[in-house]
Design a protein around this ligand. Sequence first.
Ligand SMILES: [Zn+2]
Length: 425
Amino acid sequence: MPVRELFANFASDFQSLNIIHIIQFRNIVLAAAAAAALHAGASGRAAAVAGVRIDDSFWSPKMEVRNDVTIPDVLRKFEGRHTAEPEEALVKLYRLLKDEPELKSRPGMDVDERRYFDLVTFWIENRGRHCGYPHWLGWGNPRSEQWIRESGYSDASFGSHSRPSWGDYAQDSIPVFEQTTIEGHAVRDTLLGTGIATAALENRDPRYIAAARRLWDNMTGRRMFVTGGVGAIHEDEKFGPDYYLPSGAYLETCAAIGAAFFSQRMHELTGEGKYIDELERVLYNSLLTAVSLKGDNYTYQNPLNADGHNRWEWHGCPCCPPMFLKITSEIPHYIYATRDDALYVNLFIGNDADLNVAGHPVKVSQHTAYPYDGEVEISVDPQTAAKFAVKVRIPGWARGVENPDGLYTSDLSGAPVLKVNGKAV
Ligand SMILES: [Zn+2]
């Protein structure tokens, strides 16, 4: 398919979303291959990972060319218009290749990973830099799309910004660093926030950090439902205005998952527990409810009033299942975090983990029936004598802080009790 046709339907195409899933799938496989090679001391084009042999064709030059050349050069053309937000996926690919340079020794992988990161910052910083037309809200979608098709934006008088505005829908009305509210398509914006925060982890640019904080604060403090759902309005699957929280709201499953990704990444950026509170809200109230117990049906919309809404076997817009798979596959990485000489215990899920804390191998385990029972037993077992901090998240709801901005309150009685080796502290 010619490139022009491939990305011609900016309003609802899914090619870019598919590309992002492919990149993220490839990130996972590349990371697994790196881990397997490290573990086995192996090298070569195929790696046995968890009993799965990756076929040589996966590393074929054709695939690598698409990854290195075609994708960035194509995606660069459409600036703020992409259907999905690929920033996070490309930052992860960048970091993976930077951290595991031996991956670049594979045939066809002679890439300069910096190009991926540069492309991400290009996308983020070029939002809102356009010719000023069409006026999506005033003109409506059909007239705006017609205006773009007729290439009115190529008028030389528009100067260097000779591209159309893709509007609030694509977070393209104004530059990202000037955006104070989270607007437009909820999946796009939550994933954009995730991408900004992920990029900030790398460049520590205060503009990125401030923008991510502003968007997250507006989302959770004024536009998030008590279930963690976001995107109140059916039309354009978008955020509503502040405090617009009706019981029949749209609330796409993907959007809640995007909000969860955003919250987790904000915690990685800041170390603050409130971000995990909001991740947890989504996990238990939007994610688990989105899939049937048998795992063969799922919700697309999640209104608080579910009368008349059933789970789907399939949906003509099949975005939610891969997002569900992405987050469930990442949950093991969300339970703990480490930074400097501290171990963060973020989520309370029964597990056994082998971690590295400040250079020390540490076995950590949890026994709990949370959330059915609030008791959590955490064992921390360094393999050699070590000194480091263990930071256990005390959920906001357990401290009477249901939401960081007071959007929700609860009247729980009782206070959390923390014991170390059986003694209350
Ligand atoms: Zn979806």
